[in-house]
Design a protein around this ligand. Structure first.
Ligand code: AMP
Length: 606
């Protein structure tokens, strides 16, 4: 069988993937890094540098470094590298050669053939230049593949049924949105829009400007004036941007960043996610306009899209999936690593051409959202059961996410953290997996910030940390088996529902809510520092509690039409049931229920 590799030749980064046991695998460098920055340079002593080394010297030696060559592909131009001039395909060939060698090393045999991806909007000249670049690197280019098509292959490699996917691709320098239709292995790009000057680099620049402005205000020093300082701040801003994808705050710290009157100045600034999101909002709005145009061009409405897929490193900014979900009314998928998705799809296509068996990409994800219960008065009334998601469903594992919450009352010195799993906006319809208290908070006015962090590993162990931001006071619990629990509870709940069908009473309205509530109440409060235990199976007393609630409801309905004497008796029997329920004395609950059921039976027939 032919060896064919799949290559994502990107503006900012490039990767090469091969198919191994039906699964795409992205080849790595000696450090285990799958990403090759698309930078080519010459070192001071004239050596050719490709990748990280070239990227690292770019700010200091731009005359000896070439970046974003993809933007020039297909143009009749030359770029300078040292004292030589090169055509864009020659520079791209240098990148391709490194990827080819990387894959050959992993496979233990020379790679001679490749599938290379290009943006859907690339014209013939650009495609031809890409093909030439491959040939210059010693590769026969067996297919030029559209990037959105490659991305769609990672989510649905067989593509037999008719499916339409919207692929939103936001990288470092460019943005594309495409609508891809696939059926019986024939894939068509129905429409594609984009902006070749919009991407993560712009977001870095906005954050960078914000940091420089703040520093200028505070110290009267312009950080943009010096090239090296500029590069340091820009890199720190990029790192902060990444951090803000998972956490509500990021601290930008650079020591000895400048000098004033002979004194060293340090950069130390905190940025919140909401501040950052406001900075990039207009850029994101532009991408949403492109989404709408793509739908219009394909003559489709949002609901005709079967799947929405996120590609490109910048799509890790959570605001993007939020906006898309609002616009399209369905979840955005980014289970397949958005940096590697296109390369993996190219690897899948390469495998298909080589005649290999290809399976859907396997990724470990959390099948349910995890979050906490909180108060929410944004709709003009107090909702005490709001589910605030911290880890969203389909997030690849392991993952670490945090969000910030506020105390509601003045001088509130404790908060209860209730951890839930599920998809409903109302926690009562979800499943509580743990609960703990954080005590000893500072007695300050309402609005004290509490950062709640979830760390979920591949084994389903969830570490929940709540930290008072102002003081650093924190408390943590570990919840074992946070992934499996839902299935088990769902199974138990289904079993309970079935059991309920066998109860002598008629079906009762609102039984489901009652059941959920009851279920929730029954979780034991863990002692200080203790790991909350997960219930191993159906709870003790669960059946009695469900039956009791059903009877109490029935009694409430019947009590209106009974005589005053009977009413007193019913109220007494109801009180017995409630007391037994409160005391969790299940024998007594069952006995009190029997007595109440007898009377209700008599009253119903009367
Ligand atoms: P790509 O061109 O697809 O490799 O994407 C590169 C861009 O993704 C760069 O601008 C990165 O800063 C950005 N990026 C990578 N990781 C994250 C992240 N966690 N949050 C936000 N942007 C990111």
């Amino acid at each position: 069988m032919d060896i064919i590799v799949g290559i994502d030749l990107g503006t900012t980064n490039s990767e090469v993937a091969i198919l191994r046991d039906g699964q795409p695998h992205v080849c790595t460098d000696e450090d285990g890094d799958p990403i090759l920055p698309s930078f080519v340079g010459l070192s001071e002593d004239g050596r050719l540098l490709v990748g990280k080394a070239a990227r690292n010297q770019w700010v200091l030696a731009p005359e000896r470094t070439v970046k974003s060559i993809k933007r020039k592909m297909g143009q009749d131009v030359k770029v300078n590298l040292g004292d030589q001039e090169y055509r864009p395909q020659e520079i791209s060939a240098m990148i391709l050669k490194v990827l080819k060698d990387r894959a050959s090393r992993e496979l233990g045999a020379e790679v001679k053939k490749a599938v290379i991806t290009v943006p859907a909007y690339f014209n013939d000249a650009q495609r031809q230049a890409t093909r030439e670049a491959g040939e210059l690197a010693g590769l026969e280019v067996v297919r030029i593949l559209n990037e959105p098509t490659a991305a769609s292959l990672t989510y649905d490699p067989s593509q037999t049924a008719l499916r339409r996917m919207l692929v939103y691709d936001l990288g470092g320098g460019t943005f594309d949105v495409s609508i891809v239709q696939a059926q019986e292995g024939v894939v068509e790009v129905l429409s594609s829009h984009g902006d070749t000057q919009l991407g993560g680099d712009d977001f870095d620049e906005l954050l960078f400007n914000h940091v420089c402005d703040r520093f200028q205000q505070e110290h009267g020093v312009d950080l943009k004036a010096n090239l090296v300082t500029r590069a340091r701040v820009l890199m720190a801003a990029e790192a902060a941007k990444r951090h803000l994808s998972y956490h509500p705050f990021a601290r930008i710290e650079e020591e000895f960043i400048a000098e004033k009157e002979g004194q060293p100045l340090h950069l130390n600034l905190e940025v919140s996610r909401s501040e950052y999101e406001a900075m990039i909002q207009s850029q994101l709005d532009r991408t949403m306009d492109c989404v709408q145009r793509s739908l219009d061009d394909a003559n489709l409405i949002a609901s005709s899209i079967d799947k929405m897929v996120l590609v490109g490193g910048s799509t890790r900014t959570p605001r993007i999936s939020q906006l898309l979900e609002e616009r399209l009314g369905q979840p955005a998928h980014q289970e397949v690593n958005p940096d590697l998705c296109v390369a993996m799809g190219a690897g899948i296509q390469a495998g298909i051409i080589a005649g290999e068996n290809v399976g859907a990409v396997l990724v470990d994800i959390t099948p349910h959202s995890l979050g906490i219960k909180c108060l929410d008065d944004s709709a003009g009334f107090m909702n005490e059961n709001k589910f605030a998601r911290i880890i969203h469903r389909n997030t690849p594992l392991p993952t670490s996410r945090s969000d910030v919450f506020h105390t509601y009352r003045d001088r509130q010195t404790e908060v209860e953290i209730n951890v839930y799993q599920g998809e409903s906006e109302d926690v009562r319809r979800n499943h509580r997996v743990g609960r703990f208290m954080v005590e000893g908070l500072a007695p300050v006015p309402a609005g004290n910030q509490i950062v709640v962090q979830f760390d979920l590993n591949l084994d389903g162990i969830l570490k929940v940390t709540a930290r008072e931001r102002a003081t650093g006071l924190q408390k943590q619990v570990t919840i074992e088996n946070a992934l499996a629990r839902f299935e088990r509870e769902e199974r138990d709940a289904a079993r309970e529902r079935l059991q309920r069908l066998w109860l002598p009473e008629e079906p009762f309205p609102g039984a489901e809510e009652d059941f959920e509530e009851d279920y929730e109440e029954d979780i034991e409060e863990p002692a200080e520092g203790e790991v909350p235990e997960l219930s191993p199976g159906p709870r003790e007393g669960q059946r009695e509690a469900v039956q009791a609630r059903a009877l109490l409801e029935k009694a409430e309905r019947l009590i209106e039409r009974v005589s005053p004497e009977d009413r007193g008796e019913v109220e007494r029997l109801c009180a017995n049931v409630r007391t037994a329920l409160t005391d969790r004395q299940w024998d007594k609950v069952a006995k009190a229920c029997d007595e109440l059921a007898d009377v209700l039976f008599y009253l119903e027939d009367a």
